[in-house]
Design a protein around this ligand. Structure first.
Ligand code: DC
Length: 249
C-alpha cells in the first residue's frame, strides 16, 4: 500500500468511541495489518497491540539461548518466564522483552523462519492469549494477529480480515527488510511467506481463518488512505448503529 497523502474523508469523532472498544485485525504476513493497526490506533487514540511481536519475542529468546524452536517444553518454559510490554517512543512502538529492547531483533530473518513453528505450540499460545486478553480487557484497543477475531476476542466490536496477493505481500516484505539493510530476494521472500501461510493456516490450535463477521479487505491495490477511510467508516457505522444515531455512508 502507498500513501496518497490525502486527508481522510471521515468525519470520525473520537469522543463517540465507548470506553471499552476492541478492533480485531487479522490476516496473513504482508497483508498490511501492522501498518493499518498502527495508523488506526494513532488516529483514534487507541492502544495498539501487535500479537505477532509477542510470538516473535518468544522465538528470539529461544534462538538466542540456542534452543530448538520445535521443542515444545522449551518453548513453554521460555514463554512462562517472559516479561513483555510495548512502549511508545518517538520512532514508533518498542517491544520490550525481559527488560531489553527487542524491536529490531524480532524482525530478523532467523525469527521469520522459526516463528510459525514456535507459535504452533498450544502451551505457548495459551499463555500469550491470556496476556492478550488481559491487555484488551479494558480500554480502547486495536489488536492485530492471526486469531484475534476468531479466538482471542470473538466478541470484538469490529473485526477486519486483510489480504493481498502473494506477490504484493512479498514485495512489501522485501521493501521493509531492504530498508533495514538486509540483502534478500523477492523469490526467497515469496517462498518464506508461502511457507508461513501454510503453517499458520494449517496448525491445529487457532489457525489463521477469516473470523465470522469480519469485514474482508484486499489491500493489494488500495492506498493506505483508502484502506484507512474504509476502516474508519466501518467503525463509526457500527458505533452509530449501536447508539441509534445517523449511519454514515
Ligand atoms: O504478524 P507477524 O508476521 O509478525 O506474525 C509472526 C508469526 O506469529 C506468524 O507467522 C504467526 C504467528 N502469530 C500467531 O500465530 N497468532 C497471532 N495472533 C499473531 C501471530
Amino acid at each position: 500500500m502507498t500513501s496518497d497523502n490525502q486527508p481522510g474523508k471521515s468525519t470520525d469523532n473520537i469522543q463517540s468511541l465507548p470506553d471499552r472498544f476492541v478492533v480485531a485485525i487479522d490476516g496473513p504476513a504482508g497483508s498490511g495489518k501492522s501498518t493499518m493497526a498502527k495508523l488506526l490506533a494513532n488516529r483514534l487514540d487507541m492502544v495498539n497491540i501487535d500479537t505477532g511481536a509477542m510470538y516473535r519475542a518468544v522465538t528470539a529468546i529461544m534462538l538466542d539461548a540456542g534452543l530448538d524452536p520445535s521443542d515444545e517444553n522449551a518453548a513453554e518454559t521460555a514463554t512462562s518466564a517472559i516479561t513483555l510490554h510495548f512502549e511508545k517512543s518517538k520512532d514508533g512502538q518498542k517491544t520490550i522483552v525481559n527488560g531489553a529492547d527487542f524491536t529490531a531483533r524480532i524482525r530478523r530473518p532467523d525469527v521469520d523462519s522459526s516463528v510459525s513453528v514456535v507459535s504452533a505450540h498450544p502451551g505457548v499460545r495459551k499463555r500469550l492469549v491470556d496476556i492478550q486478553r488481559q491487555m484488551g480487557a479494558s480500554g480502547r484497543v486495536v489488536m492485530e494477529g492471526r486469531d484475534i477475531g476468531s479466538h482471542v476476542f470473538p466478541d470484538a466490536d469490529v473485526k477486519f480480515y486483510l489480504g493481498a496477493s502473494d506477490h504484493t505481500r512479498a514485495k512489501r516484505r522485501v521493501k521493509d527488510l531492504t530498508a533495514q539493510g538486509a540483502a534478500i530476494t523477492e523469490e526467497s521472500t515469496l517462498a518464506g511467506i508461502r511457507d508461513r501461510d501454510r503453517l499458520d493456516s494449517q496448525r491445529a490450535t487457532s489457525p489463521l481463518v477469516k473470523p465470522e463477521g469480519a469485514v474482508e479487505m484486499d489491500t493489494s491495490d488500495l492506498t493506505i488512505d483508502a484502506a484507512m477511510e474504509k476502516m474508519l467508516e466501518t467503525i463509526f457505522c457500527k458505533i452509530n448503529r449501536r447508539s441509534g444515531g445517523p449511519v454514515k455512508s
